[in-house]
Design a protein around this ligand. Structure first.
Ligand SMILES: Cc1cc2nc3c(=O)[nH]c(=O)nc-3n(C[C@H](O)[C@H](O)[C@H](O)COP(=O)(O)OP(=O)(O)OC[C@H]3O[C@@H](n4cnc5c(N)ncnc54)[C@H](O)[C@@H]3O)c2cc1C
Length: 374
């Protein structure tokens, strides 16, 4: 029985995966580290043109978004990244923007004609996002932004950035407002491109007396933190799905190698030590998939998923790391050769345990929920 036959899914989900699988086979090649920006631009355009991005916009079918991320991640980390960032980068506008903002930014992002970014983190605050310091002062019919953002995905290639800054209506989370800023706005610069373990467009942004028209504000003053959390909430379960895609690819590569590698007169898969590894990998994948699609299904039924999404994200990302490590071990020296699929997965998975709420943050969310009786 395929996991797609689980009761979480409907026929349209199975059809979606079959169609995306054949799309990916012809559109997704091995990721090219030599031109990460170009690869991401190509993926955004192709995913938009062929209608995949629209699933990350509007009234979201969480199971569909998760299945798309899982499938893309199985083929390419950058394809999954391109898909996810269009949704995350536009989510604040889709959920809280004006019609004009939707037309100028979110609709174009959904068609793959504009690249989106979500700028919340700063050098001095990541997990504690409500402590952000980037300042936005009201000045007539505009706001003047001063400060820094860092670790911003699509930084340097984005056509618009959703930026969260402190407007000071109240201390902490209640004094933050969201804005949409275009590159080329005087005072806004992408000062540093950051190289990470698995190449993705990532940058540090600086705002120096950057004047942003009040029409670029998203939602009401002081609503920014709520907007950021609502956006992250839509996509948190899908991070688990991406990890699941990486883990499934690692298991497939491990099985392929173990069943063909000859040693000591047998194949590697004939040894019980290998079988034990494969059994644990397969079981961890099913456990992560059950948590992921339970959270997605529950969200699609309109129920809160704070605890369920945190459990899914934590278990899927942590177990994918172990599964991929086991796949590297099964492939021996080949597993550490640059750009072998499992070596690439080994690098791709690591940031997922940190961003959109590190594992420790998910543990706190789960504990808070169960202690409240949730
Ligand atoms: C590849 C990548 C892409 C990213 N893309 C974006 C993006 O597009 N937009 C954006 O705004 N940000 C982005 N980020 C930033 C990301 O959201 C932050 O890295 C994350 O929130 C953690 O913040 P930090 O790195 O400042 O770590 P810190 O907040 O300093 O935390 C360090 C570590 O402390 C631990 N920790 C946290 N809280 C607790 C606690 N209460 N108790 C015990 N331990 C704790 C966790 O292990 C955590 O990893 C990205 C990061 C990466 C790696």
């Amino acid at each position: 029985m395929s996991y797609l036959d689980w009761p979480f899914f409907e026929p349209r989900h199975r059809e979606l995966v079959a169609n995306l699988e054949s799309w990916a086979a012809s559109h997704v090649a091995v990721d090219d580290d030599a031109d990460t920006d170009g690869t991401c631009r190509t993926f955004v355009r192709a995913l938009g043109q062929d209608g995949w991005l629209k699933h990350a916009f509007g009234d979201i079918d969480t199971r569909a978004v998760c299945l798309i991320r899982e499938t893309l991640a199985r083929h390419s980390g950058l394809a999954d990244f391109a898909f996810a960032m269009q949704g995350l980068g536009s989510g604040a506008i889709t959920l809280f923007g004006t019609e004009a903002q939707k037309g100028r930014y979110a609709d174009r992002a959904g068609r793959g004609e504009a690249i989106a970014a979500f700028a919340l983190s700063e050098p001095a605050c990541g997990s504690d996002a409500a402590a952000l310091a980037c300042d936005a002062r009201a000045a007539g019919d505009a706001y003047v932004l001063n400060g820094e953002k860092t670790w911003i995905s699509n930084g340097g290639i984005a056509d618009f950035y959703v930026v969260f800054a402190r407007t000071g209506e109240a201390p902490g989370a209640k004094g933050i407002t969201a804005f949409v800023v275009e590159p080329g706005t005087p005072g806004f610069s992408c000062d540093e491109r950051i190289e990470v373990i698995a190449p993705h467009p990532l940058a540090r942004l600086t705002f120096r007396d950057c004047r942003v028209a009040a029409t670029q504000r998203i939602g009401d003053p002081g609503q920014g933190f709520k907007i950021a959390m609502a956006t992250l909430d839509v996509f948190r379960t899908s991070v688990a799905a991406a990890a699941l895609g990486f883990a499934r690819r690692a298991l497939a590569e491990a099985i392929r190698y173990a069943t063909s590698r000859q040693m000591f007169g047998k194949t590697l898969a004939d040894f019980q030590l290998t079988q034990a590894k494969l059994a644990m990998m397969a079981t961890d994948i099913d456990a992560a998939a059950l948590l992921t699609y339970r959270a997605a299904w529950q969200r699609d039924r309109g129920q809160p998923v704070t605890i369920e999404a945190a459990m899914a994200k934590m278990v899927a990302t942590e177990s994918a790391q172990r599964i991929i490590d086991d796949a590297v071990q099964i492939l021996g020296a080949l597993g550490v050769v640059h750009n072998n699929p499992v070596e690439r997965l080994y690098r791709e998975i690591r940031p997922l345990r940190i961003y959109e709420g590190a594992t420790e943050v998910q543990q706190l969310i789960i504990a808070r929920g169960i202690l409240k009786g949730g």
